[in-house]
Write a protein that binds this ligand. Sequence first.
Ligand SMILES: NC(=O)c1ccc[n+]([C@@H]2O[C@H](COP(=O)([O-])OP(=O)(O)OC[C@H]3O[C@@H](n4cnc5c(N)ncnc54)[C@H](OP(=O)(O)O)[C@@H]3O)[C@@H](O)[C@H]2O)c1
Length: 252
Amino acid sequence: MTNKIAIITGGSRGLGKNTALKLASQGVDLIITYRSKKEDADAVVAEAESLGVKANAVQLDVAESKTFSAFATTVKDLLSNTWQRENFDFLVNNAGIGINTPFAQTTEEQFDQLVNIQFKGVFFLTQTLLPLIADGGRIINISTGLTRFSFPGYAAYASMKGAIEVLSKYLAKELGARGIAVNVVAPGAIETDFGGGVVRDNEQLNNHIASITALGRVGVPDDIGGVIASLLSEDNRWINAQRIEASGGMML
Ligand SMILES: NC(=O)c1ccc[n+]([C@@H]2O[C@H](COP(=O)([O-])OP(=O)(O)OC[C@H]3O[C@@H](n4cnc5c(N)ncnc54)[C@H](OP(=O)(O)O)[C@@H]3O)[C@@H](O)[C@H]2O)c1
């Protein structure tokens, strides 16, 4: 049987990297994207290849929707040259940034940056790649626990993720006829470089999050990649249009 192929945006670090390596360990071939950290992306590719799958890294800024059709052409060429295929199976819209700023001080520039990366990018990248997603494929969009509970400073960020959750339901409805399932994974606070690494590096915040998490600690990337990989497995093929929160039980 031939391997499935996944595209993971923001696969160079953090949750995208963890997802890539979990999928690789399950025999899924990869195209990961990165914005600026080519060396990190190349290291993920090398690690995935050492697990026995085919992997490639492609530069992509998800804030630049005008580049998406060129990206799709690159993907098409890769699929044809590396896999002799015209389509891929799984899209994981993961790339993102966080900006923590109180509602009253949020600037239009910060808002636009977040909307371009977290919402517009996902909307139009998915639209552009749609003809390249195989019938029966899957899409996972990454949201956040912050759409269920509120933490001061995340009004703009969490609103974009809320939009992603609504979009995911519409995608599930409209793409169902092609057998494409669409789900959301909503991580709680995870120790990555996200937001300047604050969850990992700020001891006070780390302890606070642990204290409001039922399982008593902050999340790590290994808590998330497996969730995404399992949602993409055959065992979970009937899960569709769902928001799966992976937060260890934050803010219950
Ligand atoms: N960590 C958390 O606590 C947490 C919680 C809930 C949800 N999330 C969500 O999970 C996703 C991944 O976060 P993370 O924690 O893994 O973050 P991270 O460790 O900071 O990694 C971010 C990844 O996204 C890429 N990226 C950033 N801006 C980009 C852009 N404009 N265009 C394309 N790629 C871009 C980065 O590429 P380079 O390496 O090239 O910079 C990197 O691969 C995000 O959508 C985030 O909102 C995170």
